[in-house]
Design a protein around this ligand. Structure first.
Ligand code: HGY
Ligand code: MN
Ligand code: MN
Length: 396
């Protein structure tokens, strides 16, 4: 047994949300490499040290608390979305810290802890773990920019004073990530624990329609090359054309839009938007890409638009390791008998990348009303503690 301490765990979890607290619900604004993110990482490093782990930052801001011998690795990420909840990522980091600390106190198995950097994709898709695992080349990552045009290289330079080398993954036997579900299923159906079977794949790229900026009062409709209208037509067209390709589990999102110059009395000359799609099947992701590119091309030609794409980012679907999964299932069956389920993950997680290096598995706890990536994200404390207990049992 590892006697994880629920009170200490909850106290640390609540302390972490003071970094970048939004003041709305329990929400946080702690994007990767922001002042709040760096301050939170410094605090986490100190907590790791107090727990007897050796804190270590790598060149891209990933923070490890290393047990010092060959060990299990557990954790998640502590950066947030631009409007994030207090548990997304933070839960997995603090639960890992508590289990590692409690295990050390009783001479239990060595456990290392990690908080990956930029899981939330300010620059890429799960950037920090993608680089560590080799899924994303560091030189390529350095050229990726956020929506404000800041390159990753410039952002990570903010943590250069802390940075050591990349950590050797060979010292870790496997990786377990605890997370909130971020969807409706556990909450709706009254289950307490989800043991993840697999994580979907993702594709993400920026698309730009370039038209002709012009006067919104004098330019006749038939002479306009309006970039917003092109983007809008594209969005409707792909919803229609995906119909014969997707399943009810497939999702796609235009979540970030920049209109230039973004003024009421100017016909927009440029529209740049994020196009993201996710599915558990790589072939389906590829068919969707073909539809996206051919539709954008058709619309550009019909409306006299220049069309350009940013770098295509992506991660493949990943199946969880049967052995680690089995350990989580045993833990779930004893902590929440009859109230747990096996389920896929529709959200991306660092475990996807770490799976390229070692066996990985994940467990979920319920999200109240299925809300996440929103300040209102929350989970009942009893469910957080049940998840901690499952994690502690599985680690043994
Ligand atoms: O978007 C995701 O799935 C993750 O929360 N970064
Ligand atoms: Mn997350
Ligand atoms: Mn997230």
């Amino acid at each position: 047994m590892i006697p994880a301490n629920p009170d200490r765990f909850l106290a640390d979890l609540h302390h972490l949300r003071t970094f970048g607290a939004s003041g709305v619900d329990k929400g946080v604004v702690r994007p990767a490499f922001s002042d709040a993110d760096i301050a939170a990482r410094r605090w986490l490093a100190a907590r790791m040290e107090e727990a007897g782990l050796t804190p270590h930052f790598d060149p891209v801001g990933n923070l490890f608390g290393i047990a010092g011998e060959r060990s299990l690795l557990m954790g998640s990420h502590s950066d947030s979305q631009p409007e994030g909840g207090w548990l997304d990522g933070a839960l997995g980091v603090i639960a890992a810290l508590e289990v590692a600390r409690a295990s050390r106190e009783v001479g239990g198995p060595p456990i290392s802890v990690v908080s990956f950097q930029d899981e939330e994709g300010r620059f890429g898709v799960t950037t920090g773990s993608a680089i560590w695992s080799g899924n994303l080349d560091l030189a390529k990552a350095d050229t990726l920019t956020d929506h404000a045009g800041v390159p990753f290289a410039e952002a990570r330079a903010r943590m250069a004073d802390l940075a050591g080398d990349f950590v050797d993954p060979a010292q870790f036997t496997g990786f377990i990530e605890m997370h909130i579900e971020q969807g409706p299923w556990l909450d709706t159906e009254g289950d307490k624990i989800g043991v993840v079977s697999d994580i979907v794949g993702i594709r993400d790229m920026r698309v730009t329609f370039g038209g002709q900026q012009n006067h919104a009062g004098t330019t006749p409709m038939h002479l306009r090359r309006d970039a917003f209208q092109a983007m809008s037509a594209f969005s409707s067209a792909i919803n229609d054309r995906f119909r014969n390709v997707v399943t009810p589990a497939t999702v796609w999102t235009i979540g970030h839009v920049t209109l230039h110059p973004n003024a009421s009395s100017i016909v927009p000359g440029r529209a740049t938007f994020s196009m993201q799609w996710r599915d558990g099947d790589t072939d389906r992701l590829a068919r969707m890409e073909e539809i996206i590119r051919s539709t954008a091309q058709e619309i550009a030609e019909a409306r006299g638009m220049k069309l350009s794409y940013g770098p295509m980012l992506g991660l493949e679907p990943v199946v969880m390791d049967a052995g680690l999964r089995g350990a989580l299932e045993l833990g779930a069956a004893s902590v929440a008998p009859g109230k747990w389920r096996k389920m896929p993950s529709g959200a991306l997680h660092d475990a996807t990348n770490v799976g390229a290096l070692m066996p990985v598995a994940m467990l979920f706890v319920p999200s109240i009303n299925g809300i996440s990536h929103d300040f209102a994200e929350d989970t009942a404390e009893a469910d957080l503690v049940a998840g901690l207990e499952v994690l502690a049992r599985a680690a043994v």
